[in-house]
Design a protein around this ligand. Structure first.
Ligand SMILES: Nc1ncnc2c1ncn2[C@@H]1O[C@H](COP(=O)(O)OP(=O)(O)O)[C@@H](O)[C@H]1O
Ligand SMILES: [Mg+2]
Length: 429
């Protein structure tokens, strides 16, 4: 991805040029200061902080030692070493860092910066690679004497990404840069933070909407029962039944929301029990037999001959089976049959895997919906899901549980021929 670096003095080894060495160290110090500032606001990763701490220690040690060195040769060696260390650390900072001079010519840039801006070339104007008036104006403002500042930079192609660019003046002696002043640009990727914020807002809006509908219906019936239908016994029975159904819907939704948040809270704690998967599948098929019978569907269970276990959470794995088989029975009802198959397979690493497949023979799912099915509240047909008592959270719960178990969920469907949900889990030896 990155372009070869063009140097102005090709005859001198790059790492030995003292001017570059000092510039690099200076850039690193500013980058580290910015990282530490970001961490103080709770926005940096732990390991980034570690790099920052190591870098700060190196810079401080190198700076301290430099003062005591007498011979020019030794200073050069030290600076070359500092440059090497600074360069190595800069290369490992996953965020783009760019150093420019007072004419906005690129002096130095790390790997991440070159990957972000492929047009970036040493000694060429930054504006050739980065067309952002906000960033370029920011550099002018900092050069004009303003303190460090932050601006936003957004990329549209190839994917939409948003960065916060921190622009700061390089501290130290301008002669370090051959009499030029230096400005450091530190890019922080805000894309995932923004996406998360949007998702959270969406989630709250969706959950509130899902609760408000049955609640409005309940309130409406209560008012009717208190008013016009006060003395109508037949209407009262009918309305109370509707109210019961609506209240149950709210309860299901709240139960699903609570289990989702419980699973999320435990997402990073791997389960420890050894679970007998054959017994679990048999138990859930038995539990759902009445529902299947009611819908004229037969559940066929196929189990492997030998025992099959997985390190897991029994209740969570039951929820996976319940959600998948229930969906197959409810949405694949027209197929009249649901196959639940448990098998042992060998994973790519040679380790045993447990494979659970739930196949129905109903209408299936159109390909455009497949990637979104595990999103919270995503439903192919909202009215149909509601009518069948769905909340739109079942597959989101399944996906979270499978992730916590270090497993995988695959969904395949040929419209008109049913759908197949496959869960693969690491199996016990
Ligand atoms: N076996 C299936 N066949 C067809 N559509 C399915 C099947 N399983 C799930 N879906 C679709 O995926 C959507 C999301 O499923 P889920 O997360 O379990 O929510 P819910 O069942 O509460 O609506 C369902 O609303 C339905 O549109
Ligand atoms: Mg469901």
């Amino acid at each position: 991805m990155s372009e070869p670096v063009e140097t102005t003095e090709p005859s001198v080894p790059r790492s030995l040029r003292p001017e570059r060495a000092a510039a690099l160290s200076g850039a690193l110090i500013v980058a580290v200061a910015m990282l530490v500032a970001a961490a103080a606001r709770g926005q940096a990763d732990g390991w980034l902080l570690l790099i920052a701490a190591v870098a700060a220690a190196f810079a401080a040690a190198a700076g301290g030692r430099a003062r005591t060195v007498r011979s020019r040769e030794r200073v050069r060696t030290q600076e070359a070493r500092r440059s090497g260390i600074a360069e190595a650390i800069l290369a490992h900072i996953p965020d783009p860092v760019i150093l420019v001079d007072q004419r906005s010519l690129v002096v130095e840039a790390n790997e991440a910066a070159r990957a972000l801006l492929p047009g970036l070339k040493t000694d060429h104007p930054l504006s050739f690679a980065l067309r952002s008036p906000d960033v370029l104006d920011g550099i002018d403002a900092v050069l004009g004497g303003e303190g460090p500042l932050k601006v936003e930079y957004a990329e549209r192609v190839p994917t939409e990404r948003t960065f916060e660019v921190q622009i700061g003046r390089l501290r130290g002696n301008p002669s370090d840069l051959g009499g030029r002043s230096g400005i450091v640009l530190f890019f922080r990727d805000l894309t995932s933070t923004r996406r998360l914020e949007a998702m959270r807002a969406d989630f709250v809006a969706n959950a509130s909407h899902e609760l408000r509908t049955p609640l409005a219906s309940l309130l409406g019936f209560i008012e009717t029962l208190q008013g016009p239908a006060r003395n109508d016994a037949a209407a009262r029975e009918r309305f109370l039944e509707i109210m019961r159904v609506q209240a149950q819907r709210m309860k299901r939704l709240i139960d699903d929301l609570l289990s989702l948040s419980r699973i999320e809270m435990r997402a990073h704690v791997p389960p420890t029990e050894q679970v007998d998967l054959k017994a679990l599948a048999a138990h859930m098929v038995e539990m759902l037999a009445p529902l299947a019978h009611e819908r004229g569907t037969a559940i066929e269970l196929r189990l492997p001959d030998r025992p099959l276990t997985a390190q897991g959470d029994r209740d969570e794995l039951l929820r996976v089976l319940e959600n998948l088989i229930e969906n197959a029975v409810k949405y694949g009802e027209s197929g009249g049959r649901v196959d639940v198959e448990l098998a042992c397979a060998e994973g790519p690493d040679g380790r045993p895997q447990a494979v659970l497949a739930v196949q129905d023979y109903g209408p299936g799912i159109a390909p455009e919906h497949l990637p979104r099915l595990t999103e919270r509240f995503y439903r192919v047909d909202v009215a149909q899901s509601r009518e069948k008592g769905g909340t739109g959270l079942g597959l989101a719960i399944v996906k979270h549980i499978v992730n916590r178990h270090r497993g995988r969920l695959d969904i395949a469907s040929e419209p008109g021929r049913g759908a197949r949900f496959t869960v693969t889990l690491p199996a016990g030896e």
